[in-house]
Design a protein around this ligand. Structure first.
Ligand code: ADP
Ligand code: F6P
Length: 319
């Protein structure tokens, strides 16, 4: 192993920069040449590849987004296109590739590894939807962003004695809603893994009102969707003014939390260790505070997880 490369792919996530920094510096420390590939698989196909040094990653640990930029590249799903990508990596003398992204990006990495490119995946997505790892990079920061919004919405909905519905991201995964709902003291949490019962939600609201609750907070995962329609229905049934807020892409930005920076640094360092050990097709994750790695095929094949216990904790503590 002499030359390694790194790219970010799919939706950006806070902590990607900290992971890039870790891969570059850990790689240089081992005497590797380190290349940055811009705009994910799309940039790889265009040969947007440049050499990086310690200075290339100065002053980025605290920055959201990704200095390498990111992209979605539909054509990468074609084998012929991936063969071209493998050829380009060969031309640049790249022996190992670190891919930071979500399950789609990992699928691309897995297929590239079948073409003889040593690939390592670092989970970077706010969604926390990779079942093999407890946390993905960006999830913690996104949660804190949502929490900040919830705190602000609580002020205004208390003043007006309104119901507030907050729609959060996560694709088909309810983790952002679940964790933010628990941390924000929401009265109801609606996730795609559990669905919801309209009567139950309205009952909770009306009971809360009788107990003197000044506001009611509902966290809705985008995988369920329909915040505005839900607000209309709730207002109709309960006769309590209801507002919906769709947080959108602010959840993807911002300076990464300490947790995400530490996780990114540990994962980036481990990615380089794995390449130095001659490993390929590995997915890096975390279990508790321990960084783990497993076969990327196995990682991608794991069934979706949902923390039923945490959902129950949130439910019991909410009234
Ligand atoms: P994420 O990595 O965040 O899940 P996407 O699902 O959009 O984001 O995937 C990012 C990129 O990964 C895609 O644009 C494509 O280049 C690549 N990718 C996704 N699915 C596949 C696949 N089945 N085969 C090869 N590459 C894929
Ligand atoms: O995967 C991250 C994510 O932010 C999802 O939560 C969301 O569904 C999607 O990406 C939004 O994608 P885009 O940035 O293309 O609108």
């Amino acid at each position: 192993m002499k030359t390694i490369a790194i790219l970010t792919s799919g939706g950006d996530a806070p902590g990607m920069n900290a992971a890039i920094r870790a891969v570059v510096r850990a790689g240089l420390d081992r005497g590797f040449k380190v290349m940055g590939i811009q705009r994910g698989y799309s940039g790889l196909l265009n040969g947007e590849i440049f050499e990086m040094n310690r200075h290339s990653v100065s002053d980025i640990i605290h920055k959201g987004g990704t200095i390498l930029r990111t992209a979605r590249c539909e054509e990468f799903k074609q084998e012929e296109v991936r063969k071209k990508a493998a050829q380009i990596l060969k031309v640049f003398g790249i022996d190992g590739l670190v891919v930071i992204g979500g399950d789609g990006s990992f699928t691309g990495a897995r297929l590239l590894s079948e073409l003889g490119v040593a690939t390592i995946g670092i989970p970077g997505t706010i969604d926390n939807d990779l079942p093999y790892t407890e946390y993905t990079l960006g999830f913690d920061t996104a949660l804190n962003t949502v929490l900040d919004a919830i705190n602000k919405l609580r002020d205004t909905s208390t003043s007006h004695e309104r119901i507030s519905i907050v729609e959060v991201m996560g694709r088909n995964c309810g983790d952002i809603a679940l964790y933010a709902g628990l941390a924000g003291g929401a009265e109801s949490i609606i996730v795609p893994e559990k669905g919801y019962d309209m009567d139950e939600i309205c009952k909770t609201i009306l009971e809360g009102k009788l107990k003197g609750k000044m506001h009611n907070l509902i966290i809705l995962a985008e995988g369920v969707g329909g915040a505005n329609e839900l607000a209309e229905k709730i207002e109709e049934v309960t006769n309590v003014e209801t507002r919906a807020t769709i947080l959108g892409h602010i959840q993807r930005g911002g300076s990464p939390s300490a947790f995400d920076r530490v996780l990114a640094s540990k994962m980036g360092y481990r990615a380089v260790e794995l390449l130095a050990e001659g490993k390929t097709a590995r997915a890096i994750g975390v279990e508790g505070t321990k960084v783990i790695d497993l076969d990327i095929n196995e990682a991608l094949a794991m069934p979706r997880k949902f923390d039923e216990k945490l959902y129950e904790v949130a439910r019991v503590l909410s009234y």
